[in-house]
Design a binder for this molecule. Structure first.
Ligand code: NOJ
Length: 557
């Protein structure tokens, strides 16, 4: 749906989310791992608070901070770090590696003071095997917490109860010698799945949500949200006839099945309806939000997570652009399909990178990264940026022996370390990330590709992101207007209009490596306000708008 109705969007609709992987952002304790104080220290880089009061012309000036509206923090909870924090041992505390609750409270206060909202990662599908709930659950079949996890008898031949697979390789069942049953783990065996069909589990996990809402968090990113409800009969998954057709990254043996029964059971919707009521109950003064990690590429099914009456998740993450062939036509098809599938009243969003993916600059190539930035920040809906993409960080080759990601260690080639390396702040040792050797290697070219160097270069990638963010902040057409694709006469260019009552913008993106010319029927001239090359402004005719290789333009009409 192209919607002109959202003229007064809420903060999470209007704003831009920036994902921080805390281990890799900024180390202030000299242990080679980033921490929450490091995030506090860099808040001015993200948004120094001056954006809110700026007049529209500020968008054309040079912003000294990035200007994001919210940060999403990957897990910082106590954890044995088998999956780097996605194995939570206590949902209501901070791992000493990252700080403590007082530091977290300070982070919330300091962020709010600058107008930055805090979104935290909520991991409902599984705990760590070191969580006290699981330690109790596995202690005996009679333990009151036995049914908090998914335990099943073996088949008569001793094999696992069904054919479900772990995302990270091998079967999704682990045999427990002591109590003589298997437990389910959709990810590592150190990440046992909670049993959300047990009302006590739901209560306990909703109490976790309350705990953080009361500490002032503004939203939740919900880890593998669709996994929390599985087929109650635990039927085998059927084989996958379309092997190799995956819309997401290839996932090895896991792709050999259609994951019909091990996630996404329709009962999941009741859970998220209740979850939404809980958030709404805290939302009178400050609307709270949820965004679910949902890898579903059938749009109807995907959109069902908004809820039939817009009463479930505020947004399911839209990952469709992560693996699209990077061609104007293919990208437009994805955007148009999404716009067509978005239910009335639902708000779209786009993602071009996160801690599970290869870096944008590597996935699509450096020459495409600027057009990608303009695309992400000018489509209709909430953009999520991944730390470091704003300076064009690329995947870092990880030498043998330095690999950390358990997925990559189990299934060679699937490791996620290359996209999780330390933020490149300046040209000092370890890129200004840490005074000691960081937990993952720093990119070889950090001496020139870093925040300090790019801040000083008026046409850098960082300054492009800043300009785009600041322009978007002040542009009703971009933050709240409708989207209309334009047939502009060149299939290698993606051209669209963004329209609000008081403003119309044209976005023209040349995906090709040579010069192109587009024409927009019925429009006379417009004012170029941003070129991805940051060297072009002024009036241009729209009947023959020249675009240089890999150039994108925002044109005010
Ligand atoms: C999705 C997270 O994004 C990923 O990093 C993690 O390994 C799995 N869920 C398991 O929690």
């Amino acid at each position: 749906m192209s919607s002109d109705q959202h003229q007064h969007p809420l903060w999470w609709q209007r704003g831009v989310i920036y994902q921080i992987y805390p281990r890799s952002f900024k180390d202030t304790t000299d242990d080679g791992v980033g921490d929450l104080k490091g995030v506090i220290d860099q808040l001015d880089y993200l948004n120094d608070g001056s954006a809110a009061g700026e007049a529209r012309f500020a968008a054309r000036g040079s912003a000294s901070s990035l200007g994001v509206d919210a940060i999403w923090l990957s897990p910082f909870y106590p954890s044995p770090m088998a999956d780097f924090g996605y194995d939570v041992a206590d949902y209501c505390d901070v791992d000493p590696l990252f700080g403590d609750l007082a530091t977290f409270d300070r982070l919330v206060a300091e962020a709010h003071r600058r107008g930055i909202r805090i979104i935290i990662d909520y991991v409902p599908n599984h705990t760590s095997d070191q969580h006290s709930w699981f330690i109790e659950s596995r202690s005996s079949r009679q333990n009151p917490r036995r049914d908090w996890y998914v335990w099943r008898d073996p088949k008569p031949d001793g094999s696992p109860p069904n054919n479900w697979l772990s995302v990270f390789g091998g079967p999704a069942w682990e045999w427990d010698q002591v109590t003589g049953q298997y437990y389910l783990h959709s990810f590592l065996k150190e990440q046992p799945d909670l049993n959300w069909r047990n009302p006590e589990v739901k209560q306990a996990m909703f109490d976790v949500v309350r705990f953080w809402l009361e500490r002032g968090v503004d939203g939740f990113r919900i880890d593998v949200a669709h996994y929390v409800m599985k087929d109650p009969q635990m039927r085998d998954n059927p084989p996958n006839p379309d092997l190799g057709q995956a819309m997401h990254r290839p996932m090895g043996d896991y792709d050999s099945q259609v994951h019909l029964h091990d996630k996404g059971h329709p009962d999941v919707h009741a859970v998220f309806r209740e979850f939404r009521q809980l958030l709404d109950a805290y939302g009178a003064e400050n609307p709270r939000m949820s965004v679910g990690e949902i890898h579903i590429y059938d749009w109807q099914q995907w959109a069902s997570y908004y809820g039939q009456h817009m009463d479930e998740l505020h947004m399911p993450f839209n990952f469709a652009l992560l693996n699209v062939p990077w061609e104007a036509r293919a990208v437009r098809e994805v955007v148009d399909a999404l716009e067509a599938a978005i239910p009335a009243g639902a708000w779209p969003n786009y993602v071009l990178g996160n801690h599970d993916e290869s870096r944008l600059a590597t996935r699509y190539g450096r020459s495409h990264a600027r057009v990608a930035a303009m695309l992400l920040l000018t489509l209709r809906g909430t953009p999520t940026l991944y730390y470091g993409d704003e300076i064009g960080m690329a995947d870092v080759p990880i030498p043998p022996g330095r690999q950390q990601d358990p997925w990559g260690l189990r299934v060679p080639g699937l490791g996620r370390d290359p996209g999780r390396t330390p933020m490149q702040w300046d040209d000092s040792p370890n890129a200004g990330f840490s005074d000691v050797e960081p937990w993952l290697p720093v990119a070889a070219g950090y001496g020139t590709r870093n925040v300090a160097a790019q801040a000083a270069d008026p046409t850098s990638m960082l300054n492009l992101y800043r300009r785009l963010l600041w322009y978007r902040r002040h542009s009703p057409a971009l933050y709240g207007g409708s989207y209309r694709p334009v047939d502009a006469g060149d299939d290698d260019c993606f051209v669209y209009l963004r329209v609000a009552d008081e403003e119309r913008c044209l976005v023209a993106l040349n995906f090709a490596g040579d010069q192109r010319c587009v024409s927009v029927p019925g429009e006379g001239a417009g004012q170029v306000v941003i070129s991805t090359h940051l060297d072009r402004e002024g009036s241009e005719s729209l009947s023959g708008l020249e675009l240089r290789p890999h150039e994108g333009l925002i044109v005010e009409l």
